[in-house]
Design a protein around this ligand. Structure first.
Ligand code: PA5
Length: 446
């Protein structure tokens, strides 16, 4: 079976005949623009060839460091936000378990900090580090993002109080080659550093040390992840539009948008996928939502969310479509036992594997939602493993680049993120923001 197959049979009734074929020239132009670097954002295309351009030396460095962390730590805190956070977290939950820490697998517990500004959250992270052998992996491409910088200040303080000068040997930085406060600090303090290439933006950086180091610490085979990504890079880079699931997916979501389906809901029936839903939301939301354009990406974990969002999807505003990620084989399974008394009335399921039940729920839901006016695209993925994960992330990044160009935006910048930062800095009294502070305080009536 192929790594990813796109089934559009539950969406075709919502598409005009020949609509997809009509997109072929546009997709080809977008694909060429990416390959030739002739479109906006062309200084951020390093991810396109990352699976093959990452060097053996870099990989060895990441693997060796991960092995050291696995042997000397009980807790590793990965500090980062956005693209410097979601890739690693989603990989660990998908490939190990959402309960990776609680299950006490064969590596250190991995906690994520710097992904919000909540004092109680950070306080809990400190509590989790109490009495444990700890290391930090601080991840920030710019090296200046407030959330991770602040969390790092707090956690570094804890490390220095606990380990004194030896704290330096327990701090690992993943950041820019030369720029940013974090890089300057690392050079001064002698922390080991990993480089995020200049031409790879945050949300496209999961296949750099940003994602690979925490993954390797969790015992994920990163060679296999990169192998999967390289396979996607080789297979998906072709002109055969009618058989290219990645380019077809990019085209169809743009067609659906033009037909009023402005919200794309990523749906999976595996709870392990939940954080990948978050990764996808960032990838597509930050890449496409600009210049007054874009699909709004949402995500649901089924069947859980059928009991919360299911009503809306079935019956609410008809501006939605779903992209279902269908894992053909789950990571593990069990079979329902026969109960002689059958008091719960569930003996009709006896002898069935949970995967069969889950699949029937998925099939029934897709048919119901389609009938309710919600197109369903189904991406079939044969299994949950490293290779499939690597293939999947490359697939989605490539589809996002092409889709962004089809939409007519630069999928590699995020100018809109600055607005909240400016206001926050002004309200917090950061030097240089005095005029704006005055204006905002008046608006707040202070
Ligand atoms: O995709 C992006 O560029 C952003 O989401 C960043 O990843 C996020 O803002 C974190 O930035 P940094 O890694 O510079 O701290």
């Amino acid at each position: 079976m192929k790594n990813i197959q796109l089934d559009i049979t539950k969406a075709t009734q919502f598409l005009q005949a020949d609509a997809i074929a009509a997109y072929e020239p546009k997709v080809k132009a977008a694909q060429e623009a990416l390959e030739n670097g002739t479109c906006p954002g062309n200084d951020f295309l390093g991810w396109l060839h990352l699976p093959s351009s990452i060097t053996e030396a870099e990989l060895t460095d990441i693997e060796n460091t991960a092995n050291i962390l696995r042997s000397k730590c009980e807790v590793v805190v990965a500090i980062g936000i956005g693209g410097s956070y979601l890739g690693a977290r989603s990989a660990i939950e998908l490939l190990r378990s959402p309960y990776y820490n609680a299950l006490g697998k064969d590596g250190p517990a991995i906690y994520f900090a710097g992904c919000n500004l909540s004092g109680s959250y950070l306080d809990e992270i400190l509590a989790l580090c109490e009495g444990k052998r700890v290391s930090l992996n601080v991840i920030s491409k710019s090296g200046t993002t407030t959330e991770p910088a602040l969390a790092f200040r707090v956690l570094r303080g804890m490390m220095e109080r606990r380990y004194g000068k030896e704290a330096a040997g327990r701090i690992y930085c993943t950041t820019d080659r030369a720029r940013g406060t974090l890089k300057s600090l690392a050079d001064r303090e002698g922390w080991q550093t990993f480089v995020i290439p200049d031409d790879v933006g945050g949300r496209y950086s999961v296949l750099t040390a940003v994602g690979l180091l925490p993954m390797a610490v969790a015992g994920i085979d990163i060679d296999a992840v990169l192998h999967g990504a390289e396979k996607a890079m080789t297979e998906l880079d072709n002109d055969d539009f009618s058989h290219n699931p990645c380019y077809r997916y990019a085209a169809i979501r743009n067609i659906l948008l033009r037909r009023g389906k402005a919200i794309e809901i990523y749906a999976s029936y595996e709870p392990r996928f939940t954080q990948m839903g978050e990764w996808l939301k960032q990838l597509y939301g930050e890449s496409e939502g600009k210049d007054g354009k874009g699909l709004f990406p949402a995500s649901v974990a089924f069947t859980t969310d059928l009991h919360s969002m299911g009503q809306f999807i079935q019956d609410g505003s008809r501006n939605l479509f779903e992209t279902v990620i269908d894992f053909i084989s789950p990571a593990a399974d069990l079979t329902v036992e026969e109960d002689p008394e059958n008091l719960d009335g569930l003996n009709f399921l006896s002898g069935m594997a949970m995967r069969q039940i889950n699949r029937r729920a998925m099939q029934g839901t897709i048919l119901a939602h389609t009938r309710g006016g919600v197109p369903n695209l189904v991406l079939e993925v044969p299994a949950i493993n490293e290779e499939e994960y690597g293939y999947m992330v490359y697939f989605f990044m490539l589809a996002c680049g092409v889709s962004g160009y089809l939409l007519g935006v630069n999928p590699f910048d995020q100018p809109g993120v600055e607005a909240y930062k400016k206001n926050m800095f002004a309200l917090l009294g950061k030097p240089g923001y005095e005029d704006l502070r005055q204006e905002l305080l008046e608006k707040l009536g202070e």
